[in-house]
Design a protein around this ligand. Structure first.
Ligand SMILES: CC(C)(COP(=O)(O)OP(=O)(O)OC[C@H]1O[C@@H](n2cnc3c(N)ncnc32)[C@H](O)[C@@H]1OP(=O)(O)O)[C@@H](O)C(=O)NCCC(=O)NCCS
Length: 233
């Protein structure tokens, strides 16, 4: 099966001092992007998530976090060729609320998504837009207060796949169909993905605090190792 995919859970609310340290390793374009956030809280979260990603990649490649060079695919997926051996090193990032997840896939393509669970306005129209009939039926079979979470269980699996292939939400969510057992929504698998064999992609639930849901998609079979990132002050 090769090397395990690593997933790091990253707390986003940290001290000013730690944020200043992460800000130092960002590139000029990342700093400019950070400065464009309207809300300070969003600026801080972006800096922590990007800074941590840079530290993880730097450790992996044996270089300084600031030396990592990102480029972006047509739909904005960050990529890096900083690995000295020259092959692409696959990774992906997601943030929601107070947590980010960084997935390091190595030679395996990965996509990851985390969502904070909260009440959803106009859930029915989202169900129509994003889920296929069988998925909608599963969400609707849940008690009303559980439906946002049941919807996000599906959403995270679909978004993680669309992020793995780099298209993100430029592609309709209904092009991906997932099979989740009704609560607790464990053992998810793909029923259908666009233009590819669904069996080639593995879906994994990632353990996150109770008010979040998260999913990881990996190209092919792989063990997944989930760890907590400790910010140093
Ligand atoms: C990718 C996308 C789904 C992310 O949505 P989001 O709600 O911000 O979700 P997440 O927090 O899960 O993911 C954000 C991270 O995904 C990564 N990402 C960005 N675009 C990506 C893409 N196309 N595919 C995979 N990952 C992507 C980035 O690391 C980003 O974090 P950062 O910018 O802070 O480093 C959304 O931005 C999207 O659909 N983008 C592509 C479609 C599009 O038309 N983009 C227009 C700009 S080119």
């Amino acid at each position: 099966m090769g090397e395990a995919v690593q997933v790091w859970r990253v707390p986003l609310l940290i001290s000013d001092q730690a944020i200043a340290r992460y800000a130092k390793c960002l590139s000029a374009d990342e700093r400019a992007r950070a400065d464009r956030f309207r809300f300070e809280a969003d600026r801080r979260k972006f800096v922590v998530a990007r800074g941590t990603l840079r530290h993880l990649l730097g450790k992996r490649f044996g270089c300084a976090a600031g030396a990592i060079a990102f480029c972006y695919s047509k739909y904005g997926k960050p990529e890096t060729s900083a690995d000295p051996s020259g092959y692409s090193f696959h990774f992906n990032l997601s943030h929601s609320g107070e947590i980010a997840l960084c997935a390091l896939g190595g030679d395996r393509t990965v996509g990851i998504d985390i969502e904070k669970v909260k009440p959803i306005q106009r859930l029915d129209s989202l169900l129509e837009r994003c889920l296929v009939a069988r998925e909608k039926a599963i969400v609707k079979s849940q008690p009303i207060e559980q439906q946002p979470s049941a919807f996000l269980q599906h959403w995270t699996c679909k978004e993680a796949y669309l992020k793995a292939i780099g298209l993100g939400l430029s592609q309709s969510m209904t092009t991906v169909e997932v099979d989740l057992n009704p609560a607790p929504f464990d053992s998810p698998r793909f029923v259908h993905v666009p233009d590819e064999c669904a069996a080639g992609w593995q879906l994994h639930r990632i353990a996150v605090p109770e008010t979040y849901v998260a999913a990881l998609v990996v190209a092919g079979e792989s063990a997944v190792d989930v760890k907590d990132w400790q910010h140093s002050d």
